[in-house]
Design a protein around this ligand. Structure first.
Ligand code: PHE
Length: 501
């Protein structure tokens, strides 16, 4: 038999007095112990099979403020009906409302319920009462609640429970969920109690006083159960997506890049035209791009730059290219949109920083009009970087990307030829993910075309790459559905480990 602590002994004795089974609240009263002390004792006793614990859910209802006022002056539909009857059973809505002194905000509620309850006929602003109805179930419940203050839903009949939902729907109730705990002596418990329990006083804290006087020899020190579960503690934590963004920032910084950030709202000029994407390019279609409706248009940069971009689109300007051979519209370029890629930021930055070297990156939000599914979001993040210097080449680009991936823990990297309107050559990079045993596409990249750089007066090669962040996060966290990241599911956020470096 385990050694019992004072509180456990008292709890057992209280249970004996209460004939072997009682709710915790009653044990508290009988034993004179604090509620928390009984709960703790119950835990230990149940663990030692001296008692059993039962839990029952209880739903307590009481009147809300509005409910209280209705209990006093009547439901709005009842008030309106009463005044209608006073007016002889038929009147205009207006005079019935005046007679009832009904506030405007209650009128539609009152009319709605009069109709639903079948108390009146409403026709062209006239009300006709059908009969003087008896007190409804809802009104009875309101009355009962104003007398009793609190009722336990589980103890009400089925009909009343339905009425509870009606009043709940009308926001006339306050609802409180409680767990009722009961304790019962087991056979072992009874045996022990019958043998007689002599409560021995315990001391829970050894004081200097006890030591000095030597009284510590006589007392019984209370044992602590170091295995008893404590309350759960949840530490504050940074969202997994933010942790990975932070990690990526550190990698870029280590590699000598500087972060840039720009506005989510951009003109089509920076998002598309500056990147030599023709104005009839399918990506510019409203199907993919969120355009702003108010304000619709923004400002273009200086005239000369705009002219150079326009000519490059139309005939290639000084670049030796033939351009796209169409008539470029400044109005189309002024349209405001939510940026569809962060390349809008890097090209804008180059326009303002034409001198080498430039090594910048961004990790930022972009928007595309996508149908949401496990792979796609309409709002997501891109990682983007550029290097501009006198003699950088495609090999530097592949080297930089390889190093970046290695720092992220992705060892095997491959490069494939690809296409983007603004780079030549263009490539796609894939990385091997051992956990998934497959190759996954991550960043697109290339060297900015002369048609992109010349209009902005950039004279040196620019290496550029960019790709979705969420895909990388899915790989790192081993999840399959992208939507999980933004569900604000606290359970998932708690379980997801801190990014390790
Ligand atoms: N902007 C491209 C995308 O959204 C990625 C990219 C960036 C490609 C820079 C080449 C150069 O997918």
């Amino acid at each position: 038999m385990p050694e019992l602590r004072e509180n456990e002994q008292k709890t057992l004795l209280a249970l004996e007095k209460l004939k072997g089974r009682a709710p915790v609240d009653q044990i508290v009263k009988t034993s004179g112990l604090a509620h928390a002390a009984v709960m703790r004792a119950a835990l230990a006793l149940t663990e030692n099979k001296l008692t059993r614990t039962y839990e029952r859910k209880q739903t307590l209802i009481s009147l809300s403020e509005e409910g209280k006022s209705y209990a006093e002056i009547g439901l709005p539909e009842r008030r309106l009906l009463n005044s209608l009857i006073k007016l002889g059973g038929e009147s205009t809505v207006k005079s019935a409302v005046e007679e009832a002194g009904l506030e405007k905000k209650f009128l539609s509620v009152a009319l709605g319920w009069l109709n639903r309850k079948g108390w009146v006929i409403i026709e062209k602003g006239t009300l006709k009462s059908l009969k003087e109805p008896q007190l409804g179930e809802d009104e009875k419940l309101l009355r009962l609640l104003s007398e009793k203050e609190q009722l336990i839903v589980e103890e009400l009949g089925q009909e009343m429970q339905k009425t509870v939902s009606v009043l709940k729907g009308r926001k006339l109730l306050e609802i409180e969920e409680k767990t009722l705990r009961e304790l019962e002596l087991t056979d072992n418990g009874w045996n022990l109690v019958k043998k007689g329990i002599e409560v021995v006083g315990e001391v829970s804290q050894l004081t200097p006083e006890l030591i000095r006087t030597g009284n510590w020899r006589k007392i019984k020190l209370r044992r602590f159960n170091v295995k008893a579960p404590g309350p759960e503690v949840f530490l504050g934590k940074i969202h997994p997506v933010q942790q990975i963004i932070q990690h990526i920032r550190e990698i870029f910084l280590e590699m000598g890049f500087t972060e840039i950030r720009g506005s989510i709202v951009q003109t089509a000029f920076w998002n598309f035209d500056a990147l030599f994407q023709p104005q009839d390019h399918p990506a510019r279609d409203v199907v993919d791009t969120f355009y702003l409706s108010k304000p619709k248009k923004g400002k273009l940069p200086d005239k000369e730059t705009v002219k150079a971009v326009a000519s490059t689109h139309e005939n290639g300007w000084k670049t030796g290219s033939r351009g796209w051979e169409y008539s470029w519209s400044p109005e189309e370029a002024k349209r405001l949109l939510l940026r569809t890629h962060t390349t809008a930021e890097t090209i804008h930055y180059l326009f303002e920083h034409k001198e080498p070297p430039v090594k910048v990156f961004s990790v930022d939000r972009v928007y595309r009009n996508e149908k949401l599914d496990y792979k796609h979001l309409a709002e997501f993040h891109q990682i983007e970087g550029i290097i501009m210097d006198k003699k950088v080449t495609l090999r530097d680009l592949m080297g930089t990307l390889t190093e970046f991936y290695h720092k992220l823990g992705l060892e095997k990297v491959q490069f494939w030829p690809s296409y983007f309107p603004y780079t030549e050559p263009s490539m796609q990079s894939t990385v091997y993910v051992p956990e998934l045993k497959t190759w996954v596409e991550l960043c697109g990249m290339g060297i900015f075309r002369p048609e992109v750089l010349a209009p902005f007066g950039v004279k040196h090669p620019v290496l550029a790459w960019g790709g979705g962040l969420e895909r990388l996060i899915l790989l790192k966290l081993g999840i399959e559905d992208i939507r999980v990241l933004y569900k604000n599911d606290l359970g998932w956020i708690r379980r997801t480990p801190v990014c390790q470096r």
